[in-house]
Write a protein that binds this ligand. Sequence first.
Ligand code: URA
Ligand code: SF4
Length: 184
Amino acid sequence: MGLEEVAGRVKECRKCPLFRNRTQAVPGEGPEDARVLFIGEAPGREEDLSGKPFVGRAGKLLTELLEDAGLKRNRVFITSVIKCRPPDNRLPKRDETNACYPYLKEQIRILKPDIIVLLGNTAIKTVVGLNGITKLHGKVIIKEKENYLPMFHPAAGVRNRKLIPLMKEDMEGLSRHLIKLGAC
Ligand code: URA
Ligand code: SF4
């Protein structure tokens, strides 16, 4: 299976009740040869309307942080744990995460990224089973030979501008890490 096929399945998926309220599912976007994968929580309003990940205010901040650190948004792959918008942007439920996670796993298997950036607590909890972004952000975690980097979710920076300097530092750390790997 390729990324296109995963996206096709997501768009038709009815494995959890979130399909009922979606305008469009949001499988994620980016090139097949991306070396970095960003994982958020779930689509918000703008994403649900457009079918594209991180296009609202949080997405604008993510794009700015990437570009300020010398990274190009169109060279990374961006998706979320959950592919359909939860009502009123509530946290995804366990059953929804369990139903949706296989799509993310398949995307990881296909992309084989050098590093996986976990944006916020939902992604950290779901993917590496840890809690506490405040302590975990900015430090690489190696688990089963995979490299993970927890970062604050951009929506947290939109709500609390005081986090932005920390978010910038973490993104610069990512950029240095990629240079070391020869990945950018
Ligand atoms: N927040 C997410 O986690 N994902 C999006 O696509 C948009 C906002
Ligand atoms: Fe399917 Fe995931 Fe959408 Fe639920 S959230 S319907 S599991 S794609």
